[in-house]
Design a protein around this ligand. Structure first.
Ligand SMILES: NC(=O)c1ccc[n+]([C@@H]2O[C@H](COP(=O)([O-])OP(=O)(O)OC[C@H]3O[C@@H](n4cnc5c(N)ncnc54)[C@H](O)[C@@H]3O)[C@@H](O)[C@H]2O)c1
Length: 424
C-alpha cells in the first residue's frame, strides 16, 4: 500500500453544520500538527456550538463566509497556505429542494465551481480536494436488488437536491481531468447523530417524540434507508483523507437497511410510546426514492468498517438533545411568522443549582449526595459579585403559550429522556 498522505493545512467547508463538525472535531483533536481552517456561511442549519470543543485549539480557525465568494476563497487558500480541501458545504434538505431549487444550484453547483476554480489557479499547491457527495446521485435502487450501487454505477438523480450534487460531481471530475486537480469524491448513505438539524428524519422524530407529538410519515413508510452514525462517518473521512487514492470515488455506506416505518417504531420504543398512536401518515413527497443501496467494499479495503450499533447511535443522539430543542423550533417558527422586534429568548422562571442537583438525584442517581459551600467559602471562589437576572419571557410566552417553565422544560427535555433510574 502507498504511503499515507499527510496534509498540513486543511480547509473544511460547511463545518458549522452536521457531518463536517464531527470531522473537524475529530481531526483538530487527533492531529494537533494539522492546521484546520473552517469556512461556513452559518446558514439556518448550522450552529457554532457544534465546534465549541475545538474553538480554542491553537490549530483551529473559523472564517464566516460563502464558498461562492471567489475573492474570499482565493484569499484563504493563499494566506493559510491550504494544501487540502474537504468540501462539505451544501444545501442539504431534499424537501426544501422541491421548493426553492435555485438555492441548491447556487450553493451546491456554483459554490463548488468557485472552490475548484480557486484551487486550480494555485497550481500544484492543492494536494487533495475531497468532494463530499451523496448516495442520492445514483437515484433509486430496485427493491429486489441484491447488489448495491458500486462507484462506477450510472448517476441517475431523481430530485433537485440530488441533481445539484451530481452536477457538482461532474465539475469535480472535469477539474481532475482538465487541470490535474487531485480530486477524490465520496458518496454517502444517510448519516445521523448529535448536531443534526431537526429538519432531518431522525432528530425530527426524536424531538416530536420528546414533546409527545405525532411522528409524520410520508407515504406508507415502506421506503428503505441506510443510516450510518456520524462518528463512523467522521472516521471514514479520516481514512479517505490519509489513504484515499486520487481520482477515485468512495461510497461511504452500510449494508444494513431499515424502513422509515421501522425508524419511527424504534424511536417510539425509546420513549415508551405506542407506535400505533404516535405515528401519523401524511402526503408523500413529489418523488420519494424507495431505496439507496450502496456497495461499500472499496472503502472497507482501505481499512474502514462501521462500528456503532443502531440502538447505541439512537440513544447517543437522544441524549445530546437539550432544552434548546424546545426553543430552536420556536426560533424557526418566529422567522416563518415574520415576527419583528426584541424577544427575551428563554423559558420563563428560574431554577436554582440545588434544584438541578435534586433533579439529578431523582432522575439519574438516587444515591447522589452533595454539600453546599458555605457563604464564606463561596466568597473565596466567586470574587466578582454575580447578578442572576430573571428575564421576562412573557412576550415570547404570548406567541407560544405552550412554552414551558425552565424547570418543566429541563424535566421534559433533559432529565426525563435521560432517566437512568425508575420513578420512585
Ligand atoms: N446528512 C446526510 O445524511 C448526508 C448524507 C450523504 C451526504 N451528505 C453530504 O454531506 C455534506 C454535509 O451534509 P450535512 O448534513 O452535514 O449538512 P448541513 O446542512 O448540516 O450543513 C451544511 C453546512 O454548510 C454550510 N453552507 C451551506 N452553503 C454554504 C455556502 N454557500 N458557503 C459556506 N457555507 C455553506 C451551512 O451553513 C452548514 O453549516 C453535504 O455536502 C451533503 O450533501 C449528507
Amino acid at each position: 500500500m502507498a504511503m499515507p498522505y499527510k496534509p498540513k493545512n486543511i480547509l473544511i467547508t460547511g463545518a458549522a453544520g452536521f457531518i463536517a463538525s464531527h470531522v473537524a472535531n475529530r481531526i483538530v483533536k487527533k492531529y494537533p500538527d494539522y492546521k484546520i481552517v473552517i469556512l461556513d456561511k452559518l446558514d439556518y442549519c448550522s450552529n457554532l456550538k457544534n465546534l465549541l470543543h475545538i474553538s480554542s485549539s491553537p490549530n483551529f480557525k473559523f472564517v464566516k463566509g460563502d464558498i461562492a465568494s471567489a475573492d474570499l476563497v482565493n484569499f484563504i487558500l493563499v494566506t493559510e497556505n491550504i494544501d487540502t480541501v474537504m468540501h462539505f458545504a451544501a444545501q442539504t434538505h431534499v424537501d426544501n429542494s422541491f421548493g426553492n431549487s435555485f438555492e441548491f444550484t447556487k450553493n451546491n453547483i456554483y459554490g463548488t465551481h468557485v472552490l475548484l476554480e480557486a484551487c486550480r489557479r494555485i497550481t500544484g499547491q492543492i494536494k487533495r480536494f475531497i468532494h463530499v457527495s451523496t448516495d442520492e446521485v445514483y437515484g433509486e435502487t430496485d427493491e429486489d436488488a441484491v447488489v448495491g450501487n458500486h462507484e462506477a454505477s450510472q448517476l441517475l438523480p431523481t430530485n433537485p437536491y440530488a441533481a445539484t450534487k451530481a452536477g457538482a460531481e461532474m465539475l469535480v471530475m472535469a477539474y481532475g481531468r482538465s487541470y490535474g486537480l487531485p480530486v477524490i469524491t465520496t458518496r454517502g448513505n444517510n448519516v445521523y447523530g448529535p448536531n443534526q438539524f431537526p429538519e432531518k428524519l431522525i432528530p425530527k422524530f426524536i424531538l416530536l417524540a420528546m414533546r409527545g407529538e405525532p411522528l409524520p410519515i410520508h407515504g406508507d413508510g415502506s421506503n428503505v434507508r441506510s443510516y450510518l452514525y456520524c462518528e463512523d462517518v467522521a472516521e471514514a473521512f479520516e481514512v479517505i483523507l490519509h489513504r484515499g487514492e486520487v481520482g477515485h470515488v468512495y461510497n461511504i455506506g452500510t449494508k444494513k437497511e431499515r424502513t422509515v416505518m421501522n425508524v419511527a417504531k424504534d424511536i417510539c420504543k425509546l420513549f415508551n410510546l405506542e407506535a400505533d398512536k404516535a405515528i401519523k401518515f401524511v402526503d408523500n413527497r413529489p418523488f420519494n426514492d424507495q431505496r439507496y443501496f450502496l456497495d461499500n467494499e472499496k472503502l472497507k479495503s482501505l481499512g474502514w468498517s462501521e462500528r456503532t450499533h443502531w440502538e447505541e447511535g439512537l440513544r447517543k443522539t437522544m441524549e445530546c438533545m437539550t432544552i434548546l430543542d424546545e426553543l430552536l423550533p420556536m426560533s424557526i417558527e418566529m422567522a416563518k411568522r415574520n415576527l419583528r422586534g426584541i424577544y427575551n429568548f428563554t423559558n420563563p422562571g428560574v431554577v436554582s443549582h440545588n434544584e438541578i442537583l435534586e433533579m439529578y438525584k431523582q432522575y439519574i442517581d438516587h444515591s447522589f449526595k452533595w454539600t453546599n459551600f458555605t457563604l464564606e467559602e463561596q466568597a473565596k471562589v466567586i470574587i466578582a459579585p454575580r447578578s442572576n437576572n430573571e428575564m421576562d419571557a412573557s412576550k415570547l410566552k404570548k406567541e407560544f403559550p405552550e412554552l414551558l417553565s425552565i424547570k418543566d422544560s429541563l424535566i421534559k427535555h433533559v432529565f426525563e429522556p435521560n432517566r437512568k433510574v425508575p420513578a420512585k
